[in-house]
Design a protein around this ligand. Structure first.
Ligand SMILES: O=C(O)c1cc(=O)[nH]c(=O)n1[C@@H]1O[C@H](COP(=O)(O)O)[C@@H](O)[C@H]1O
Length: 275
């Protein structure tokens, strides 16, 4: 099954466009796990168990594991997600981008070591830095396009006077991903929920690509505006929320609270699509 097939199936089965982001920060863990980097797996596994029937995807952020020398725990977590939620695809948020030979190693890390279904990438180094990921048949690759952070403006909103039509950089990335770079239909784009107008623009330029949209929840992005701008019947959107779900409660009821917040967000997104 390809990443896209899994995404569609999970979206149908769980009635969801919510991606549960796994950004484990031990200092924010609930009391009995607090501050213990050896409990990253336990914390995340509880969140996965509590949201497996609500998510279109899970998105572990690799830095939160690597910073604590917890790559082994990430490997165990990947296996756990496969066991308890085999229908839910896993996007490894690694934001890689490097010359071809190094990108080959990063691609092996994402798809062979961790067994991810898709990965996030920076397109800044050009097509030869993306190509190694496309050799992994059926896997997905989301290119950063218009990111959720304010600093995204610094480069992504610059005009490219050397390209016909003088598009903004993020518009150019969207066109490349929809067109010439998308050799086997594996590409998607990352667009921040904090910029609904840009989501709409990206959707116009990339009408069929899956869009990974982080920024609802802790970053204050508007979930309803996000759906209105990006959702189309035939083109999936994957709306990520991490901290608002993970740390919905600092108490021993953290998994129930995470489920409650995931359910609320999932339903809000579904209602916006139906409205
Ligand atoms: O690629 C990403 O996932 C990403 C792109 C982007 O533009 N903005 C963004 O916040 N992210 C990631 O999405 C997650 C957002 O987390 P919360 O703000 O806690 O929901 C983090 O893992 C970020 O690294």
């Amino acid at each position: 099954m390809t990443f896209l097939d899994m995404l569609r199936a999970a979206g149908r089965q769980n009635g969801s466009m919510l991606c549960v982001g796994l950004d484990p920060e031990p200092t924010r863990f609930p009391s009995r796990l607090k501050g213990d980097a050896n409990k990253i797996y336990d914390f995340c596994a509880h969140i996965v168990d509590a949201t497996a029937d609500l998510a279109i995807a899970f998105k572990p952020q690799i830095a939160y594991f690597a910073a604590h020398r917890a790559e082994g725990q990430l490997e165990r977590l990947m296996e756990h997600m496969r066991r308890v939620a085999p229908q839910v695809p896993i996007i490894l948020d690694a934001k890689r981008g490097d010359i071809g030979s190094t990108a080959e190693q990063y691609a092996r890390e994402a798809f062979e070591r961790y067994g991810a279904d898709a990965v996030t990438l920076s397109p800044f180094m050009g097509f030869d830095s993306v190509q190694p990921y496309l050799k992994f048949e059926g896997k997905g690759a989301f290119l950063l396009c218009r990111t959720s952070n304010p600093g995204g403006d610094d480069l992504q909103n610059q005009r490219l006077s050397s390209v016909p039509g003088e598009p903004l950089l993020y518009e150019h990335v969207a066109r490349l991903a929809q067109g010439p770079w998308n050799l086997n239909g594996q590409l998607g784009l990352v667009v921040g929920a904090t910029y609904p107008a840009e989501i709409e623009r990206v959707r116009a330029l990339a009408p069929t690509l899956p869009l990974l949209i982080p920024g609802v929840g802790a970053q204050g992005g508007d979930a309803v505006a996000t759906v209105k701008a990006g959702w189309r019947e035939d083109a999936p959107i994957i709306v990520n929320s991490s901290r608002a779900i993970l740390y919905a409660s600092g108490g021993d009821d953290f998994a129930e609270a995470a489920r409650h917040e995931a359910l609320r967000t999932r339903d809000l997104l579904q209602q916006a699509a139906r409205a």
